[in-house]
Design a protein around this ligand. Structure first.
Ligand code: GDP
Length: 309
């Protein structure tokens, strides 16, 4: 079975998240411009305006050295609707991108705090080291001080640091010695971020976010944390108030590159997927099966709010 790494990206706006994700896609020979559009998804803002809800499902997945890396986007703004906590719950580690010139910014602090509290291991990427007069070592020290003040554990404080330039297309251990590509970063992810855990038992998958297809309507996105999710199977939705509703997980999609691919295979625990055809679901519900379907401990889901990014 393919090993999986689920990693959430944390970055202050403009520190280079988009450029880095593009580079990662390039490194594994996937290009945004060539990506086939798998299903028509309404422009997020449009849908948000229409429904007044936060839509989030910008997962990108790449395959590198027999490992699947699911890259989970985190909102850079403060935590409207409990979104940050929900998406971080799918991650097994975080990639913290910091501008070598600016250092960590207040906006990153909030998300980083949640990641630290959830016990996630960070990899720090000091980006934009090509900028004149940048101070990568100072940026790194500031990240350390910030994590210390956020009461990171010794293990979290022992974070690996990768220096580089997403724009120039390299990442390495030393900012003064450019490498030829960003494989060093991908190797560090595989080495330091724990593999997604398999957990035997009856199915449990918390619905973390929504996606939308104009053909089929609402799509539930989340991570299978126990058992497996079988396409076409009867499942139970355990609502946040404990009520149980029977429905069918009609179609299941896995994230591949920038899109999604339909799968006929059972989705194992540890993997993130999108489920189509579930009736009456809400964010925060647990998809479960068995005689006595068990819900996962509820996580904060506030009233829907507009996303700010
Ligand atoms: P995001 O808001 O975090 O997604 O940031 P972007 O990836 O959109 O980058 C913001 C700006 O910084 C863009 O103008 C990028 O071209 C620039 N940028 C990103 N990475 C680098 C880098 O490594 N070096 C330099 N000099 N500029 C960069």
């Amino acid at each position: 079975m393919t090993e999986i790494r689920n990693i959430a990206i944390i970055a202050h706006v403009d520190h280079g998240k988009t450029t880095l994700v593009d580079r990662i896609l390039h490194q594994v020979n996937l290009f945004r411009e060539n990506q086939e559009v798998q299903d028509l998804i309404l422009d997020n803002n449009e849908l948000e305006r229409e429904r007044g809800i936060t839509i989030l499902s910008k997962n990108v997945s790449v395959r590198y050295k027999d490992t699947k890396i699911n890259i989970i986007d985190t909102p850079g703004h403060s935590d409207f609707g409990g979104e940050v906590e929900r998406v971080l719950n799918m991650a097994d580690g975080v990639l913290l991108i910091v501008d070598a010139f600016e250092g960590p910014m207040p906006q990153t602090r909030f998300v980083l705090q949640k990641a630290i509290d959830l016990g996630l291991k960070p990899i720090v990427v000091i980006n934009k080291v090509d900028k004149p007069n940048c101070t990568p070592e100072i940026a790194q020290e500031k990240v350390f001080d910030l994590m210390f003040s956020l009461e990171a554990t010794e293990d979290q404080l022992d974070f690996p640091t990768v220096f580089g330039s997403s724009k120039a297309g390299w990442m390495g251990p030393d900012w003064k010695e450019p490498t030829s590509d960003i494989s060093y970063l991908l190797d560090e992810i595989i080495e330091h971020i724990p593999a997604a855990r398999h957990k035997e038992g009856t199915l449990q998958m918390r619905i973390t976010s929504l996606d939308y297809s104009s053909y089929t309507g609402r799509i539930a996105v989340g991570k299978v944390t126990r058992g497996q999710l079988v396409p076409g199977s009867q499942v139970s939705l355990v609502k946040r108030d404990g009520k149980v509703v029977k429905t069918v997980a009609k179609e299941i999609y896995l994230f591949e590159g920038l899109g999604k691919e339909k799968t006929k295979e059972p989705v194992p625990s540890g993997e993130i997927c999108a489920v189509l055809g579930l009736e009456g679901f809400d964010i925060g519900d647990t998809i479960a099966d068995g005689e006595e379907p068990e819900g996962l401990t509820p996580i904060k889901v506030d009233e829907p709010t507009m996303s700010m990014y």
